[in-house]
Design a protein around this ligand. Structure first.
Ligand SMILES: *[C@@H]1O[C@H](CO)[C@@H](O)[C@H](O)[C@H]1NC(C)=O
Ligand SMILES: *[C@@H]1O[C@H](CO)[C@@H](O)[C@H](O)[C@H]1NC(C)=O
Ligand SMILES: *[C@@H]1O[C@H](CO)[C@@H](O)[C@H](O)[C@H]1NC(C)=O
Ligand SMILES: *[C@@H]1O[C@H](CO)[C@@H](O)[C@H](O)[C@H]1NC(C)=O
Ligand SMILES: *[C@@H]1O[C@H](CO)[C@@H](O)[C@H](O)[C@H]1NC(C)=O
Ligand SMILES: *[C@@H]1O[C@H](CO)[C@@H](O)[C@H](O)[C@H]1NC(C)=O
Ligand SMILES: *[C@@H]1O[C@H](CO)[C@@H](O)[C@H](O)[C@H]1NC(C)=O
Ligand SMILES: *[C@@H]1O[C@H](CO)[C@@H](O)[C@H](O)[C@H]1NC(C)=O
Ligand SMILES: *[C@@H]1O[C@H](CO)[C@@H](O)[C@H](O)[C@H]1NC(C)=O
Ligand SMILES: *[C@@H]1O[C@H](CO)[C@@H](O)[C@H](O)[C@H]1NC(C)=O
Ligand SMILES: *[C@@H]1O[C@H](CO)[C@@H](O)[C@H](O)[C@H]1NC(C)=O
Length: 868
């Protein structure tokens, strides 16, 4: 933080210090519930707006481990996140004496403390700084122990364990090329986990979608604080008791929802590039992957396929519809998949049916004079779907049904929503949107002619697979309804006095202007951070309408708390640099273990800039141990498909073979995530919560809960020093036993197609006997079970099996529990999935090397054996 910003920060603090705070009265307690009035206890200080005089406090002991503390305006005018976007968890009204967390408060000036019932440890403490609740500014802070271990607070490219001095997290979804450090990026998740080692972990979720700064800082005397400053909304806190980090994660999922179960095939390897010029080039990529013997599961279509960059159209010259249908048909015949991009900006063109249909259904955001609110996106001058308007879902569903029609359109397997922060090419309010339709100012159509592939057959594709010859913006808003939690009137929705530290500039810069209202009477000022998640909710429903039986796959760039229940996420437009290779691990840890978005990963080999062979070799291997595994690059980046370089080819072949053999292990972890909230990817401290050495580690991680991945992280290095907890491990590649000592281990000469991966003792892993070139073929392969005994000689694990794609599997699934007690191996549990697959071998690891027991054992019922 530079000194200028820090000065501004102190000025705000000084102004806030003179506020009167609130007085609690009319305190009513019933079982599990405490309610009170909070009244401003002095003259309004109006730091950044009007103080709200009458508030209410509601405290609910919702479950034994969850405390809900809500402070809101008595008139219910202030905006609250719509229930259909984030359904609120029900309260079980447990009695205080049964609750792990206790709420206590001071009446005047009002402040509160949340503490643990058993140890009295204080987890949240607002004493000492008056609560400020204004029309456009909320301020509340908690004292923390010194050097706290804090994780979460939305998408960023900073260390996983957050800095604790002069550190600011801004939550305001923004287009963020090159994922700048210390900045707000694409996703807002106002939740953190604080880990205090042996005294436990807890979580704090503030259900508030308004723009905010969260400051983590230390006073001169050394006292540590975390301070929230928002530009609106209410203080709606959920405190999660843990006490283990894993339990915090699960308790957060109880609040915002369990992540969506993903189709089996989505764990395959994906390839995309902005800049596949025509359908032939795209087909060639598929053929080249096959020729290089690198399994490709899914081809992606970026905006290149569109006619004039318009959603739901294809470029008639480069991507003619019948060729696209052939492409998808061929992919499907080869048991591969196809995914396409759909952006929110809808071209305002009178000959464009998607726009005209939307006009007729009144689905677009409006300026206050009732005209369409305009902006700029890839197609040119665009209008914006209002995801809160009554007809938007129907319109969106119809556009999907038509364009993605299996019989006449493009039968996609998944959909990709980009630009949904929303990203507006208008930098600020002085924007002339007409310019985006002026090709001399904003050339949107590709300038290079389609490639001439005549005479060059594409292996695996039909022989004739060849290309064809080939207003002023009104500011303001509609009147919103007063009351009903839709937002206070008479606010400056454009230039709030309190400015958050948005790296794009003012709140409206580069996005939909914040004073635009939604059809339900709310305003973008309050709902901006929900634009992306409401879009993917609509896309998910539209995909379900096409294929009602199939689990939808939607990838989103913009997220908010709870987005994992609808979609997967990638970390946006990173750089092809070693720094962003490293940071992808910290980002994955945040999304998987804190934000409940387990299906996540970075653009492998980086999006912007030039990837080189060594870096891409390392990244191809690292990405194979992340749930979402996709190589993607920008239009002006050189090709970086894995087959481009010999060493990357070898690295990818090896990594994908391992990933595919492990696919059911990670699919089982996905199933657990979607049913219990346990993360797919675990930070080391989730597994070793009392080992302090693990708290800051963000260049290693557990893939599932059994595989410790410790990639080489330094630029162009072949050495790595990584932490190995005091436990038994086994090298995944050689199966050799390795004793961890709670110290670092150094490996030199790590080849360009190698990545250190260790199996943690006390786990059991199901592996497919061999890999395959697609996940469909992989699913026909039998299993080898690896038993990795722990210090006590015992181990446990599980295998979940279903058809890999049904939305509702009913009873057709198996959830098989494996255990090893140092002599006997047992497989028991539920065997509802009809299968002829078998366990061919069970390999028991140990000090003296692996022992392999030959099967076969059927996977349709229990079995056990004892080693003599
Ligand atoms: C908890 O109390 C609220 C009212 O305070 C009530 O609406 C709700 O039904 C109660 N829930 C249970 C599970 O008893
Ligand atoms: C709460 O925080 C205040 C201000 O830092 C501190 O003086 C007080 O001792 C804390 N209370 C408890 C119970 O920790
Ligand atoms: C990413 O690349 C851009 C353009 O080369 C550069 O300006 C930026 O500093 C890089 N960002 C990081 C975090 O390396
Ligand atoms: C596919 O491979 C061929 C032969 O090596 C090469 O000429 C072509 O450029 C490749 N195409 C793509 C899109 O990578
Ligand atoms: C996978 O391998 C099979 C047989 O080895 C082959 O028929 C099929 O075309 C391959 N599929 C892909 C996508 O490479
Ligand atoms: C729509 O009109 C524009 C401008 O006249 C033209 O460039 C474009 O090709 C037309 N699109 C279609 C689908 O006819
Ligand atoms: C708006 O953006 C343009 C282009 O970046 C810039 O030249 C202009 O100074 C900006 N105006 C304001 C008011 O920020
Ligand atoms: C807006 O852009 C259009 C297209 O480039 C141009 O013709 C027009 O003069 C511009 N208007 C203003 C006020 O600059
Ligand atoms: C494409 O290339 C072939 C062979 O080089 C040539 O005969 C043909 O005229 C070209 N077609 C076009 C449309 O450029
Ligand atoms: C490719 O890998 C080999 C074997 O590890 C190594 O000797 C060579 O330097 C690598 N080439 C590049 C360009 O990284
Ligand atoms: C020990 O390993 C961690 C990675 O987990 C690394 O950050 C640290 O630099 C290593 N320490 C030394 C002394 O190499």
């Amino acid at each position: 933080m530079d000194s200028f910003i820090f000065l501004a920060f102190l000025t705000g603090a000084v102004r806030a210090a003179s506020c009167p705070g609130y007085r609690a009265s009319n305190i009513v307690k019933t079982t599990g519930v405490l309610a009170a009035d909070l009244t401003l206890s002095g003259n309004a200080c109006n730091v950044y707006g009007q103080d709200i005089i009458d508030l209410r406090l509601l405290v609910e002991y919702q479950t034994n481990t969850r405390l809900h503390v809500k402070i809101y305006d008595a008139a219910l005018d202030v905006y609250q996140v719509q229930e259909h976007i984030i359904p609120r968890p029900a309260s079980q009204n447990v009695s205080e004496s049964d609750a792990a967390l206790q709420f206590s408060f001071e009446e005047e000036p009002f402040s509160f403390i949340v503490s643990r019932s058993d140890t009295r440890e204080v987890v949240f403490n607002t004493t000492g700084q008056e609560l400020i609740f204004e029309s456009q500014y909320l301020h509340v802070q908690t004292a923390l122990p010194s050097n706290p271990n804090l994780y979460g607070l939305g998408e960023h490219s900073d260390p996983f364990r957050l800095p604790t001095e002069r550190y600011r997290r801004t939550l305001w979804n923004a287009e963020s090329p090159f994922i700048p450090r210390n900045s707000n990026l694409y996703g807002s998740h106002p939740v953190y986990l604080e880990h205090r080692g042996s005294s436990g972990s807890h979580g704090v979720f503030l259900l508030n979608s308004n723009g905010m700064d969260i400051n983590i800082y230390k006073e001169a005397e050394g006292q540590q604080y975390l301070k929230y400053e928002t530009v609106g909304g209410v203080l709606d806190f959920y405190f999660l008791a843990g006490p283990s980090p894993l339990e915090v994660s699960k308790q957060y999922a109880e609040v915002i929802g369990l992540p969506a179960m993903m189709p089996y095939w989505t764990f395959g390897f994906h390839q995309c590039k902005y800049g596949y010029w025509d359908v032939n080039m795209a087909a060639e990529v598929v053929a080249n992957y096959s020729a290089a013997e690198i399994p490709l599961e899914t081809l992606w279509g970026d905006i290149d396929y569109m006619n004039l960059r318009q959603d739901f159209t294809t470029d008639p010259e480069r991507f003619p519809l019948h060729k696209m249908r052939e492409l998808v048909q061929t992919l499907h015949q080869r048991s591969q998949q196809y995914i396409m991009m759909v952006d929110p900006g809808i071209h305002r063109a009178q000959n464009y049916s998607t726009f005209l249909n939307g006009e007729e259904s009144e689905v677009f955001l409006k300026s206050d004079d009732g005209s369409n609110y305009l902006g700029g996106q890839w197609a040119g001058e665009v209008v914006w779907p209002d995801w809160l308007a009554p007809n938007t879902q129907k319109w969106w569903r119809n556009e999907f049904a038509t364009f993605f029609d299996p019989d006449r359109g493009i039968d996609v397997d998944g959909v990709w929503n980009d630009m949904n922060e929303a990203s507006n090419f208008c930098p600020n309010v002085t924007c002339n949107t007409t310019q985006f339709d002026d090709p001399s100012v904003f050339p949107i159509a590709p300038t290079t002619p389609p490639r001439n592939n005549t005479g060059r057959p594409i292996p695996g594709f039909p022989a004739d697979f060849q290309p064809e010859n080939g207003s002023d913006n009104k500011l303001g808003r509609r009147q919103s309804t007063n009351g009903m939690m839709k937002g206070l009137r008479d606010r400056d929705l454009f230039n709030p006095q309190f400015t958050i530290n948005n790296h794009r500039g003012a709140m409206s810069d580069g996005t939909i202007y914040t004073n635009i209202s939604n059809a339900d009477g709310t305003v973008q000022y309050d709902t901006h951070n929900l634009y992306g998640v409401t879009m993917v909710m609509a896309s998910r429903q539209a995909m379900l309408a096409r294929r009602p039986q199939a689990r939808p796959f939607v990838l989103t760039r913009s997220t908010f708390a709870g987005a994992g229940t609808h979609a997967a996420h990638w970390f946006g437009d990173n750089n092809s640099t070693w720094a962003d290779y490293r940071v992808s691990i910290a980002q994955l840890l945040g999304f998987s273990s804190i934000h409940q978005m387990p299906m996540a990963g970075s653009d492998v080999c980086g999006f912007n800039g030039v990837a080189d062979e060594k870096m891409c070799s390392r990244w191809a291997m690292l990405g194979a141990f992340m749930p979402f595994y996709r190589n993607h690059a920008v239009i002006d980046a050189p090709f970086q498909e894995f087959y481009v370089w010999p060493n990357v080819t070898r690295a990818a072949q090896k990594a994908i073979a391992a990933r595919y053999r492990l696919l059911d292990y990670i699919y089982t972890a996905m199933y657990r995530a979607s049913t219990t909230g346990s993360p797919i990817v675990n930070p080391l401290f989730f597994i070793y919560p009392s080992d302090q050495n693990t708290f800051g580690i963000d260049t290693q991680f557990f893939y599932g809960d059994a595989l410790l991945v410790s990639p080489v992280v330094e630029d162009y290095s072949q050495s790595v020093s990584f932490y190995l907890p005091d436990d038994v491990f086994y090298d995944f590649w050689t199966l050799e036993q390795i004793q961890g000592t709670g110290a670092n281990r150094t490996l030199d000469n790590v080849d360009w197609n190698d990545i250190p991966v260790y199996i943690r003792g006390s786990t059991i892993l199901p592996l497919r006997i061999e890999s395959a070139n697609t996940t469909k073929i992989l699913r026909q392969n039998d299993f080898n079970i690896i038993v990795a005994p722990g210090k006590d000689g015992k181990a446990a694990g599980s295998l979940y099996l279903d058809d890999g794609e049904s939305l509702e599997v009913e009873n057709s699934y198996s959830d098989i529990r494996f255990s090893w007690d140092s002599k006997t191996f047992t497989a028991s549990g539920n065997f509802g999935f009809a299968t002829s697959l078998i366990v061919k071998t069970v390999t028991i690891l140990g000090e003296g090397g692996p022992i392999t027991q030959q099967g076969p054992w059927s996977l349709s019922g229990q079995f056990e054996f004892t080693l003599s």
